[in-house]
Design a protein around this ligand. Structure first.
Ligand SMILES: [Zn+2]
Length: 268
C-alpha cells in the first residue's frame, strides 16, 4: 500500500500501549481516519507537540492491509492552535465541534466542505470570535454537508414565512418548522425559536463562511438555536453529544454571570 498525504486536523488522541498513540484525524482528502502513531509518546522529534487535539497538520499515512487503522508515518505542523489550550471557552467549543465531526462523519468518507468548515471554526475560535455563534453556524453547516439541513424558511404545514409570525417551533424528529398555531394541533416535543433567531439561522445557511463570523448574534439567541439544533442532531445520531453539557453550562454562565448555572430555569 502506498503512503497517502493530506492536510488533516486532529480530532482525538488516546494513549495506546507503552509508547504509542491512537490519533483520530479529519483529513481533507480521506475524511475521518483512525491512525496509530508508533512510539509517539517517546518521540523527541517526529511527533512532538503535533499530536494534540485541534492541531492542523499535513500527515503522511499508510492505509491498512486489513481493518481500518492507518499507520501514521509523519506529521508536519501547520498550526498548533495553542490559544485553544489556554482559553477555556474556546477549548470547550472546539471540543464540541470536534465531537460533532467524529459523530457525523463515517470512516474514510472525505468531504472537503467538512474540512473547510472545521478549519474555519478553529481559525474563528483562535481569533477570539464569539464562540456561541461559531458553534451554531458550525453545526448548522455540518448538518447541511451531511444531508440533514433543517427546513427553516417557514411553517411546514401552513407555509407561513418566518417574517409572518413572531415565533416558531422546531421538531427534532424531522428538522421541520411549525408556526405556533400549527404546533398546537400537532404532537411530539418541539423547541421554541424566535423570529430573530431564525433570521440568524437563515443567514447562516446562505452566507459564505468568510462572512459568518461577522454576524452578531446574542448569547441568548445562540443558546436557543444550539438547544434546538443539538436536539435535532441527537435525534439523527440516536446518541448523546457529550460535550454539549459543558458548552451549555458555559453559555448559561455567560448569559447570567451572577447566577450559578444549576439554578437557571428557562421556558421552553
Ligand atoms: Zn403553520
Amino acid at each position: 500500500m502506498t503512503n497517502r498525504q493530506s492536510p488533516a486536523i486532529v480530532l482525538q488522541v488516546t494513549a495506546h500501549a507503552e509508547a504509542d498513540k491512537i490519533v483520530t484525524l479529519y483529513c481533507r482528502d480521506l475524511g475521518k481516519i483512525t491512525t496509530i502513531a508508533k512510539g509517539a509518546k517517546r518521540s523527541k522529534k517526529r511527533f512532538v507537540n503535533k499530536l494534540e487535539p485541534f492541531t492542523s497538520l499535513v500527515v503522511t499515512c499508510r492505509p491498512p492491509k486489513k481493518g481500518s487503522l492507518f499507520f501514521l508515518s509523519e506529521a508536519e505542523l501547520v498550526n498548533a492552535h495553542l490559544f485553544l489550550r489556554r482559553h477555556y471557552p474556546g477549548y470547550v467549543t472546539a471540543t464540541f465541534i470536534s465531537e460533532l465531526v467524529r459523530r457525523f462523519s463515517g470512516d474514510q468518507d472525505g468531504d472537503p466542505a467538512v474540512f473547510s468548515l472545521l478549519s474555519w471554526a478553529l481559525a474563528g475560535l483562535a481569533e477570539r470570535k464569539n464562540q456561541g455563534v461559531i458553534a451554531v453556524f458550525f453545526l448548522l453547516r455540518l448538518l447541511a454537508a451531511c444531508g440533514y439541513q433543517p427546513q427553516l424558511t417557514g411553517c411546514a404545514v401552513c407555509g407561513a414565512a418566518i417574517d409572518q409570525q413572531p415565533a416558531f417551533a422546531l421538531y427534532p424528529a424531522n428538522g421541520s418548522l411549525l408556526c405556533l398555531r400549527c404546533r398546537r394541533q400537532s404532537r411530539g416535543s418541539s423547541l421554541h425559536l424566535t423570529r430573530q433567531t431564525l433570521k440568524f439561522l437563515a443567514s447562516g445557511q446562505q452566507l459564505p463562511l468568510s462572512r459568518l463570523t461577522r454576524l452578531h448574534m446574542s448569547t441568548a439567541n445562540a443558546y436557543q438555536a444550539l438547544r434546538a439544533l443539538c436536539s435535532y442532531s441527537r435525534h439523527i445520531l440516536q446518541q448523546d453529544i457529550h460535550s454539549w453539557k459543558q458548552l451549555q453550562r458555559l453559555m448559561q454562565e455567560t448569559e447570567h454571570p451572577s447566577q450559578p448555572a444549576a439554578t437557571i430555569r428557562r421556558p421552553e
